[in-house]
Design a protein around this ligand. Structure first.
Ligand code: SF4
Length: 340
């Protein structure tokens, strides 16, 4: 697989493209955001092709021959880990995840972006000292002969997060915001981010925290979106929010109001916001008059032209393709990154 990636949010601020690193490939669907998983579509195309990297399609496949790849990269870079899988999938053994973390600890020159929909395992693994002991043990066993820098692991054993890891969860709608964001907030990480892509419904970030507070009896009502990294409960905050619509042949449209609302919440809280793309569909009132019409209301209900009931918040989107749709939101790019 190519090292360089065109994923917009993995590039550096100066425009240098980042890299992908896939020590595991394959996954299974777990929530609505997975419905049109691009990685599955790509991998399944090759199922049964003898000798091909994806001969086993999208089955979970450990790739130990890829584990050392970041150690061969001399230039520091941003690295999107597991663009073709989910690192915290239940079929990936703890000891293998520990080896991946050992490599990240041993390559502090790189910055790793790990995004998951398996918030529960992420939280339970990374919160346990036993896991960091496993990282140290697996690292010594498998990566002797590398430049030994176990300082980061030592610090993690002492409760400090891995400094070169940005940890994120996928948030496609309010339901998953209320479930995944609290788990992320309770997981040690140097930088925490949300990937609201594909955005399939409105997301009120405050509501997720209220859910979190009431579940634990905190009565927390302040927004956890806080650039300084802490909110009133002593929990770390969210450092970055990415939003985007879905691309691909079966893409679902994103109501513009959902992206604007996320942007405005971030702006109010001083949190960097990155608008990745409209995806396959762009708003007709952005000057698009070609492409099939899809109508969408603010709740995410969709209709084709001619069958939509007249409603005030129903908008006309055009299926123009990802490139044509672009990534301008209200006439400008939103390209902010966390201040690290
Ligand atoms: S978790 Fe990610 S990689 Fe796995 S099926 Fe869902 S979208 Fe695809």
């Amino acid at each position: 697989m190519a090292e360089n990636t065109s994923i917009e949010w993995t590039r550096s601020e100066d425009g240098t493209p980042g890299s992908t690193w896939n020590p595991v490939t394959g996954c299974t669907k777990i929530s609505d955001g997975c419905t049109n998983c691009y990685a599955e579509t790509f991998a399944e195309r090759w199922r049964g092709t003898a000798g091909h990297h994806f001969e086993n399609g999208f089955d979970i496949t450990l790739r130990p021959d890829r584990l050392r790849l970041p150690m061969t990269w001399r230039t520091p870079r941003r690295v999107f880990l597991n663009s073709m899988s989910d690192l915290f999938h239940t079929d990936i053994p703890d000891h293998y995840i520990a080896q991946v973390f050992a490599v990240m600890a041993l390559t502090p020159q790189h910055t790793y972006q790990v995004l998951t929909k398996r918030h529960g395992r992420m939280k339970s693994l990374l919160s346990r000292p036993a896991f960091w002991h496993l990282v140290a043990e697996q690292g010594r066993e498998h990566f002797t002969g590398c430049q030994e820098d176990w300082l980061a692991v030592g610090a993690m054993l002492g409760g400090q997060p891995l400094p070169n890891l940005w940890l994120g969860v996928s948030v496609e709608d309010q339901t998953w915001a209320d479930i995944r964001i609290p788990a992320l907030l309770e997981t040690p990480a140097a930088v925490r981010f949300l990937s609201c892509e594909p955005l399939l419904g409105p997301v009120d970030l405050k509501q997720a925290v209220i859910t979190m507070g009431s579940e634990r009896g905190h009565g927390l009502t302040t927004s956890f979106v806080h650039a300084s990294g802490c909110c009133e409960r002593g929990l770390h905050g969210i450092d970055w929010v990415i939003a985007g619509g879905e691309s691909g042949p079966r893409a679902r449209p994103m109501h513009p109001q959902w992206a604007r609302h996320l942007r405005d919440q971030c702006e109010m809280a001083g949190v960097p916001f990155f608008f990745k793309q409209w995806g396959q569909h762009a708003p007709e009132d952005h000057g698009h008059d070609r492409g099939r019409v899809a109508l969408i209301d603010a709740q995410g209900r969709t209709w084709t032209e001619g069958e939509a009931p007249a409603q005030q918040d129903t908008l006309r989107m055009r299926r123009v393709g990802k490139t044509q749709a672009g990534r301008l939101l209200d006439g400008r790019h939103h390209d902010a990154f966390p201040a690290r």
